[in-house]
Design a protein around this ligand. Structure first.
Ligand code: 1GP
Length: 255
């Protein structure tokens, strides 16, 4: 339903100064049925988009089933967050077509992208050109992507990468602290990045509370990504409070 219109939807939301909540569903953690139920429950809690991805996806047929069932069950856009060429499916609305900017391995900067681009074209996925930057300590994403995470106390380096991404034409930026990270991104890193980068900023990794989400969104992130939280039994109250906190940040900026 959103294919071809996801960027417009995100731009409209940004121009209305509303913050977005993205719920990340890792197909490795769910059956197709459970994934689609979690997506539905997340939409009811106030999620603005569903991301589908994870650092270790390799079963394409399971990814197909999960994504197809999610899309059928919800009305918000479904965007792929691929770890590799195995993270592409025809059933999503769009793909964060990412280059892991601080990887030390050419494959994760441009190699996988060259391998996957024709498939993305053939599937008719909307492409969101995205710079992926890993900050903080080691995580599954940094290990699998051969990244050298940028230390938290070097916000000037994160913002330099972000500006380079903008100059390279990447209209989306994903700041990653690592799934399940003990410590989410610091608001300072996000704020310094915001000062340099005019595009859409996704921020994720270790965000579990409304306060953390509010701090990162107030610092300038447009989309707050929450993944691990929805893998817990009764995630709804916490997710609702995060969505509510993001609505209040948006309102404050409008005034
Ligand atoms: C991981 O940024 C995402 O790539 C989400 O992180 O699972 O810790 O919420 P969490």
């Amino acid at each position: 339903m959103f294919k071809g219109h996801v960027e417009r939807y995100i731009r409209r939301t940004r121009s209305a100064r509303r913050k977005m909540l993205a719920v990340l569903i890792d197909p490795e953690s769910f059956s197709a049925k459970t994934a689609s139920e979690v997506a539905k429950r997340s939409e009811k809690c106030g999620a603005s988009v569903i991301l589908v991805g994870g650092s270790t996806i390799c079963d394409r047929s399971h990814l197909d089933r999960v994504t197809r069932d999610i899309v059928k069950n919800i009305t918000i856009p479904v965007i792929l967050f691929p770890n590799n060429v195995t993270g592409i499916t025809r059933y999503a609305d769009a793909i964060l077509f990412m280059s892991l900017m601080n990887s030390t391995n050419h494959y994760f900067m441009y190699g996988a992208q060259a391998l996957g681009a024709t498939t993305v074209l053939r599937y008719g996925l909307e492409v969101l050109p995205t710079a992926y930057i890993i900050v903080g300590g080691e995580s599954s994403a940094s290990i699998m992507g051969y990244a050298k995470p940028i230390p938290e106390d070097k916000p000037e380096l994160v913002s330099a990468y972000a500006l380079a991404a903008w100059y390279l034409g990447m209209r989306f930026l994903y700041l990653e602290a690592g799934s399940g990270s003990f410590k989410p991104l610091s608001p300072e890193v996000v704020q310094r990045t915001r000062e340099r980068y005019p595009g859409t900023i996704f921020a994720g990794g270790g965000i579990r509370t409304a306060e953390e989400a509010r701090g990162i969104a107030s610092a300038g992130a447009d989309v707050i990504v929450v993944g691990n939280l929805v893998e817990t039994e009764d995630f709804e109250p916490k997710l609702k409070s995060i969505a509510e906190a993001l609505r209040s940040v948006g309102k404050r900026e409008v005034r």
